[in-house]
Write a new protein. Structure first.
Lengths: 145, 155
């Protein structure tokens, strides 16, 4: 089948817009991993929170990473619990060991509640009983639409 | 001349047909195996932390190595704002400020309070150009937020 029967070419404000021709009901592109970095999370009591990262496209979160940027206080581990609008993800808790030093690294691999619809969010909730510590988080995701 | 253009078109189609293929039922279009990347209009997000402490207020330029349109600016409070004055984040491109491009965070806003605006002008950034965020807060200049830019890559 020639290309011009598979695709329609139209001009829009930015240039040429390529659209699947009528009859083409799906487009399969290779999935590639992407990452959102620089999600600062705090274990200071007053700053513990549920952070919501909105996506204007559908994604599946494949990994959650955290790196300590200010030493974590002692006495109790800190946690960053992650999930989508449905609920917490299985395997989606980063446990940041008490007294972790700067540059200590952690990761978790969520297996449920890790799909995010377009214009919805994935959340990260920080919790620690004894105040103190900062973690810079990154979400690794794959676009699904 | 018309014949030359026709030959050019046939050659282009022949070359591009090697990059795309249809499944057996001719309903799903896929990239051929040798295609390793695609440059299509697509949405992306960029996050940037903003600090309203006086010494840390300023204009921050976020450069893009490709052309984008900024569709939405979100901000979520990560440290409560000082109580006396609202804080603002004014956004724009190298031409000037964007209409509807100011995020106003209320004085005393609590952690996890979320805001968003949708800029309508000066929101196109050329390749290797920038979109800026200018933070400002008067009295009780404390507080942090995380800004997310939602952009559409256009080239």
């Amino acid at each position: 089948m020639p290309l011009n029967e598979m695709l329609e070419f139209k001009k829009d404000g930015y240039g040429t817009l390529i659209t699947a021709a009528p009859g083409i009901t799906g487009v399969s592109l290779p999935a590639w991993a992407e990452v959102v970095t620089n999600i600062p999370m705090s274990f200071v009591t007053a700053d513990q929170m549920q952070m919501r990262i909105y996506f204007p496209f559908a994604v599946t979160i494949t990994k959650i990473r955290g790196i300590v940027t200010s030493v974590v206080s002692g006495t109790a581990d800190g946690t960053i619990t992650c999930g989508n609008s449905t609920g917490a993800s299985t395997g989606g808790v980063l446990t940041i060991t008490l007294s972790s030093a700067v540059a200590a690294k952690f990761s978790a691999t969520p297996t449920t509640n890790n799909t995010v619809a377009a214009d919805s969010y994935y959340y990260l909730t920080s919790l620690k009983t004894l105040t103190g510590g900062l973690v810079d988080c990154a979400l690794e995701y794959t676009r699904t639409a | 001349m018309q014949m030359v253009e026709h030959v050019k078109e046939v050659l282009t189609m022949s070359w591009m047909n090697r990059l795309l293929k249809l499944n057996a039922t001719r309903t799903t279009l896929s990239l051929a195996p040798q295609v390793t990347s695609v440059n299509l209009p697509t949405k992306e997000i960029v996050t940037f932390p903003i600090n309203f402490v006086t010494a840390n207020q300023g204009t921050f330029w976020i450069y893009f190595p490709y052309k984008v349109t900024v569709n939405k600016i979100r901000a979520i409070v990560t440290t409560a704002l000082g109580a006396t004055a609202d804080a603002t984040i004014t956004c724009g491109n190298s031409t000037g400020a964007s209409a509807s491009g100011v995020v106003t965070l209320a004085a005393g806003a609590a952690v996890a309070t979320a805001y968003s605006v949708s800029p309508t002008t000066n929101n196109v950034v050329l390749a290797d150009g920038y979109y800026y965020l200018t933070s400002s807060k008067g009295a009780t200049a404390t507080g942090f937020c995380l800004v997310t830019l939602e952009v559409t890559r256009t080239a």
